[in-house]
Unconditional design. Sequence first.
Length: 398
Amino acid sequence: MSKGIAITGMGIVSSIGLTVEENFDALINGKTGISAIDNIDTAHKNDLKVGEIKKTNQELAQLLGLPADNNFSRTAMLGAIAAKQAVANAGIIDINEYNTGLISSTSVGGMDMTERFFYDYFESEENRRYIESHDAGDVTHKIANELGLKGFVTTISTACSSAANAIMLGARLIKSGKLDRVIVGGTDALSKFTINGFKTLMIYSDTYNTPFDNDRKGLNLGEAAAFLVLESEEAVKKSNKKVLAYLSGYGNANDAYHQTASSENGDGAFLSMEKAFKVSGLVPADIDYINAHGTATPNNDLSEGRAIIRAFGTEVPDFSSTKPFTGHTLAAAAAIEAVYSVLALQNNLVYPNLNFKTKMEEFNLVPQTVLKEKEINHVLSNSFGFGGNCSTLLFSKS
């Protein structure tokens, strides 16, 4: 039986680090990236916390060597940095040596820049250049250009499950023989629009987020980008690549319940986990750690908890949400949590679910609250988005 699709490279930038190593150090030492807002001029600056990358757009542009008159959004710059890291980590010298694609995901796109200049586009030729970088696809093409990639390029935007679906599509393209190698992941920057939007939905916490806690108030938004390099078995053998881990299973479902809420019994979440098990050939008892979606909203944690109980019964493995570290990074969430899942496999660790105090009254689930060492061979990672789009990825030790 095939182990799955090989993962040969990873790259990440988030509020807890600008590299894979920095992110891992923060995870094992309990260093949260949730803080006050510095880079956005918003009325909520002093009353909401975010997972913000403490680099200005000018500093990010310098890291990429971009000219002063570039029209890169922050989303595109974060994505390009993470994708370049992943390619370097995979030891790729010639990006077009194999039939290679890029599948990127985003929900914000270039909005973080276009919203700044909305009122002065008619007056300013200088600022109109950002209109062209507004759409989600522009982000992906900018990343592809930075990589020098000439092959298949596409964009996925399914809200908070976006990167999981990008990873899933990449795996399917390799399995079907359409591509030999795919760079997959997601990127999203913080913006006024998303901060105001989640505040309007009344699911934004005024303090640090507390996933699976009975007294949870809501999420903290974050910004991040992460990409993985997926390669076919043939490509790995030809180049004698080191395999970091395998993507062994994946599943996507939609509970068709509500525009912004998950169904009360976690129907979509349960189905996506069930499908992932079927693809992988694994059973629930094989899973050693669940990296939960765990947004700390009243609806998600109840719905996801019920889905986990439906899938695992009374034998729920160790689980935690890493969003108290990074905030909820929307389309990038599944990608950064994929990196964290691979690191968990490589280092045999379960990350702590920070800020947890009180068990939810609806069920008897308690997340892992301190760093735990144990043998980990398989990790399940959940990501659920608006519109009912639910996705599950399974990662296995190489």
